[in-house]
Design a binder for this molecule. Sequence first.
Ligand SMILES: *[C@@H]1O[C@H](CO)[C@@H](O)[C@H](O)[C@H]1NC(C)=O
Ligand SMILES: *[C@@H]1O[C@H](CO)[C@@H](O)[C@H](O)[C@H]1NC(C)=O
Ligand SMILES: [Mg+2]
Length: 266
Amino acid sequence: MATAATARLILFVALVTGSSGSAWAAQKKEDVAAAPAIHALRPMVGSGGDLGVSCDSWRLAVEANNKRNWKTVPASCEDYVGHYMLGKQYRRDSAAVVDEAVAYAEGLELAGNGTEVWVFDIDETSLSSLPYYAKHGFGTKLYNATSFNEYVLEGSALVLPETQRLFRKLISLGIKPVFLTGRTEDKRAITVANLCHQGYSGWMELLLKPVGFKGTAIAYKSGERLKLQDAGYIIVGNMGDQWSDILGVPEGGRTFKLPDPLYYIG
Ligand SMILES: *[C@@H]1O[C@H](CO)[C@@H](O)[C@H](O)[C@H]1NC(C)=O
Ligand SMILES: *[C@@H]1O[C@H](CO)[C@@H](O)[C@H](O)[C@H]1NC(C)=O
Ligand SMILES: [Mg+2]
């Protein structure tokens, strides 16, 4: 496909330069000389050419919550998502979110009496399941609760360093971190061990979902945030990788969405 496009460009140049020797043609030639580099940035990776799905467009739609209730990453985007997650862009995108969150937290006028809290999701927010997803097609395969639970119970999920940077900054500012996760209560011990092993300490609470909870993620998480608020806490910030982490009243003073093109939780 790259070759065909390049051939089309060369043909275009030949036609343009053949039809006139003008400065315009010379300019065109210069533009085209720069074109291969631009072309290399075109994110049509692994798709069926011009008519295929743009994985970049797919990811943007996912991150903006325009695309919802999807079950798997498009098969044609497996390489794209893999490169995104394992390359520098995922880390850069996460850093950009955390930079904003740090600036926001630093700018807050705090009561200074220990009532301000910040809610963090766990998976793909505080800890990364990327080693699991790298072995299972980067989200292109249907979610398998059995094998994913086995992975969680290993307690080997990795730290997400940008989130940890924010976490530590908040503690230094006197804002108390609260973990609020869709992981169920029976995974408390392994979750604590995993968090500690990855360098987290000093959180105020770890809220896990009751086993057998029937509602949606939004209902569960906003319900827990309401309990925090009713107990007198002020949720100044809320960070997650899913829109279901940050939608639902009370959302928190400000919400921050981390990238996650691997899976969708409604
Ligand atoms: C903390 O300070 C805020 C702002 O001054 C006040 O509204 C709140 O009642 C205080 N809470 C406690 C528990 O002292
Ligand atoms: C899900 O994972 C389990 C445990 O690894 C495996 O035995 C099972 O075959 C998987 N199910 C599917 C549908 O792939
Ligand atoms: Mg998550």
